[in-house]
Design a protein around this ligand. Structure first.
Ligand code: CP3
Length: 331
C-alpha cells in the first residue's frame, strides 16, 4: 500500500509528499509538449500524452504520488458545454444550455471521458506499486462558477439561477460516476477541489459547498475510496466543513494556521497549507515555512503539499530542494 493510502486509511504517521499542479507549466518538459498541443482539452484527452505528462514530475523528483494530468473542466466538456483555454487568460466556457446538460446520458458522458480512464490505466502500469495515483474532480460549486458565470464570478447570478438544484444534483451524480470510473481504471485516491468555496456568503456555504461535498464523500465512503477535500478559502468554516463532511483527508489553504488546524480539525488527516509563493523566495525562507508545518504536525498524520497549486514561475530546482528538506526533516 502507498504511504498516502496508509496515512488516509490507517491514520499512521509516515512520510508522504506530492504537490497540486506538480505536472504543469513550471516544467520545461511540459511546456515543450504544450507548445505542440495548443488545444488544452484535446491534450487532456490524449491518453498517451496525459500519461507521459503525469509521470514527468515523478521521473524528476522524489514524490510519493502522481496526480493524473487532466482538468476539472473536462466534466462540463463531457456534459455538452464548450470549454476553451485561452493563452495567458485561462478557461472560457461557451453558453450553458440546460436542455443539453440535463439530457446527456451516462453512456455518452463515459464515452467522452474514456481517454481519461485509458490514461489512468497506462499510468498505473508504469507507476511503481508504492506510489498512489490520485484522480480528482471539481466540486459542483467551483464547476458552476465556470459553467454559469466565469467572467464576473458574481455569486448571486449562480445562487439565483433557474433550476439550480437540478443542475447541482445532475453534477453530483455525474461527478460520482467520473470518480468511480477513474478508480476502476487504477487510481486509488480522489481529491475534490472546491477552489472557489471562499466566494460563498456564510449563509449559503452549507447548501452550495458543504452538502454537495458531503454527497460526494458519502459516495466515496460507500465505495471505500480514500478521499481528500479542498474547500479553499472558507477560513474558520473549515471546522464546520470537517465536522459535517468528515473526509479522510482535508487540504488546508495558506490562510489557515497549522496550529489552528491541528487543534480544530479533528479526526481527519491534514494535507498541505504552505503558500506556493514561498517557492519563489530564498531557500531559508522556504525551509522555515515548511518547518512550521512539519513541527505543528510532528505527532499527527500529515501529508506534505502546498496551500494551492505550484505557480508557473516556480524554478523546478526549488521543488527539488523542498522535497529534500522534507525528506531530511527529523525534529
Ligand atoms: O498536476 C496536477 O495538479 C494535475 C492536473 C490539474 C490541472 N488542473 C492541469 C492544468 C489539476 C488537478 C487541475 C485542477 C484545476 N483546474 C482546478 C482546481 C485547482 C486549482 O488550481 O484551484 C481549477 C480551478 C482548474 C481550472 C483551470 N485549469 C484554470 C483556472 C486554468 C488556467 C489557469 C491556471 O491555473 O493554470 C486551467 C489550466 C490548466 N490546468 C493548466 C494545467 C497544467 C495550464 C494549462 C496551460 O495553459 O498550459
Amino acid at each position: 500500500m502507498s504511504n498516502l493510502k496508509k496515512i488516509l486509511l490507517e491514520k499512521v504517521s509516515c512520510k508522504s509528499i506530492w504537490f497540486m499542479r506538480q505536472a504543469g507549466r513550471y516544467l520545461p518538459e511540459f511546456r515543450k509538449i504544450r507548445s505542440k498541443n495548443t488545444n488544452f482539452i484535446e491534450l487532456c484527452l490524449n491518453s498517451e500524452l496525459s500519461s507521459l505528462i503525469t509521470l514527468q514530475p515523478i521521473d524528476r523528483f522524489d514524490l510519493d504520488s502522481a496526480i493524473i494530468f487532466s482538468d476539472i473542466l473536462i466534466v462540463p466538456h463531457a456534459l455538452g458545454q464548450k470549454v476553451n483555454f485561452i493563452k495567458d487568460y485561462g478557461p472560457e466556457l461557451g453558453p450553458f444550455d440546460l436542455e443539453v446538460f440535463l439530457n446527456i446520458k451516462e453512456k455518452d458522458f463515459l464515452k467522452s471521458l474514456s481517454p481519461v480512464y485509458k490514461a489512468i490505466e497506462i499510468t498505473r502500469r508504469k507507476l511503481s506499486k508504492e506510489k498512489s495515483l490520485i484522480c480528482f474532480i471539481g466540486a459542483p460549486w467551483t464547476l458552476l462558477i465556470y459553467m454559469l458565470d466565469h467572467k464576473k464570478k458574481d455569486v448571486n447570478t449562480i445562487l439565483n439561477y433557474p433550476n439550480i438544484n437540478s443542475i447541482i444534483n445532475k453534477l453530483i451524480k455525474f461527478l460520482n460516476i467520473h470518480i468511480e470510473n477513474q478508480i476502476n481504471a487504477g487510481a486509488d485516491v480522489v481529491q475534490v477541489f472546491d477552489s472557489w468555496a471562499g466566494l460563498l456568503p456564510e449563509k449559503e456555504l452549507e447548501t452550495f459547498c458543504i452538502k454537495p461535498n458531503l454527497s460526494i464523500i458519502e459516495f466515496c465512503k460507500q465505495k471505500k475510496i480514500p478521499n481528500i477535500c479542498f474547500p479553499k478559502g472558507i477560513k474558520k468554516n473549515y471546522e464546520k466543513f470537517n465536522n459535517i463532511v468528515r473526509p479522510d483527508g482535508l487540504s488546508i489553504d495558506y490562510n489557515i494556521e497549522p496550529e489552528w488546524a491541528r487543534a480544530k480539525l479533528l479526526d481527519t488527516v491534514i494535507q498541505g497549507g504552505m503558500n506556493p509563493d514561498l517557492l519563489l523566495k530564498k531557500d531559508d525562507e522556504m525551509f522555515q515555512a515548511a518547518a512550521k508545518y512539519l513541527k505543528a504536525f510532528k505527532r499527527n498524520p500529515y501529508i506534505f503539499n502546498l496551500g494551492h497549486g505550484l505557480l508557473p514561475e516556480t524554478d523546478p530546482d526549488k521543488v527539488k530542494k523542498l522535497i529534500k528538506f522534507y525528506r531530511n526533516f527529523n525534529e
